[in-house]
Design a protein around this ligand. Structure first.
Ligand code: SF4
Ligand code: SF4
Length: 189
C-alpha cells in the first residue's frame, strides 16, 4: 500500500481505533512486533492473519482489514499470548473489542462462531448457564448443521452432562444484572 493511502487510512480510522484501545485497555504502540504472541498461539495455524498482524494493521490504521479477518473470531481467549508478551499486551481483550466492533460494522467473517456465541450468551442470560441440549439444538437448527455432533448425545445424557429439562442457577437475576452492567451504553458482546 502506498504511503499516502496509509496516511489517509490512519486519519480516517483514528477515532475508532482510539476507542478500541480505550475499551480494551491496550496501547497499540506498546507492541514492537516481536511475534512471540503468534509463535505461541495454539490457534494461529487456523488464522488468516497472526495476532501480531492484527495489531500491526491497527497500528497502521487499516481498521477494515482487521475487522474483516477470521482471526478475531478464532481467538480462544486462552491468554497464552499475554503470558509470553514482553510488553504484556492484552491481546484477548483487544480481540474481543475488535470482534464487537466488527459485528457492529457488519464484518462477520465467521458466521457460525458468531451464532454459537450469541446462543451461548442468551442461554447464560436466561438460565445462568448454557444447557447443552438447548445450545446444541438451537445451534444445529439455526446454522443448518442439523446432525452436527449428534453421535455424542447418548453419552451426554448417560453421563449426566445433559438433561432434557434445562436447569437454572438459583439467582438468575444476579446474572441478568451482570449482563445489564456489561451492555450499558448500548454495547453488545
Ligand atoms: S508478543 Fe507482544 S510485543 Fe510481541 S508482537 Fe505480540 S503483542 Fe507485540
Ligand atoms: S488469547 Fe487468542 S491470540 Fe492469544 S494465544 Fe490465545 S487464541 Fe491466540
Amino acid at each position: 500500500m502506498k504511503e499516502v493511502e496509509l496516511a489517509i487510512a490512519a486519519k480516517q480510522n483514528r477515532a475508532e481505533i482510539h476507542a478500541i484501545e480505550k475499551k480494551s485497555g491496550v496501547e497499540l504502540t506498546d507492541c514492537y512486533q516481536c511475534g512471540k504472541c503468534s509463535a505461541g498461539c495454539p490457534v494461529a495455524f487456523a488464522m488468516d492473519k497472526t495476532p501480531r498482524q492484527i495489531i500491526r494493521l491497527l497500528q497502521l490504521g487499516l481498521l477494515e482489514e482487521a475487522l474483516a479477518s477470521r482471526t478475531i473470531w478464532l481467538c480462544a481467549t486462552c491468554q497464552t499470548c499475554v503470558a509470553r508478551c514482553p510488553k504484556e499486551v492484552d491481546l484477548p481483550s483487544l480481540m474481543e473489542v475488535v470482534r464487537q466492533t466488527a459485528k457492529k460494522r457488519g464484518f462477520v467473517a465467521e458466521k457460525d462462531i458468531n451464532l454459537f456465541n450469541d446462543i451461548f450468551l442468551q442461554n447464560v442470560k436466561t438460565f445462568g448457564k448454557s444447557p447443552e441440549v438447548i445450545l446444541s439444538a438451537l445451534y444445529n437448527l439455526r446454522s443448518g448443521h442439523l446432525f452436527q455432533d449428534v453421535d455424542s448425545v447418548p453419552h451426554l445424557f448417560l453421563s449426566g452432562k445433559a438433561h432434557v429439562l434445562p436447569e437454572k442457577v438459583k439467582n438468575v437475576d444476579a446474572i441478568k444484572k451482570i449482563f445489564a452492567k456489561c451492555t450499558e451504553g448500548g454495547e453488545h458482546s
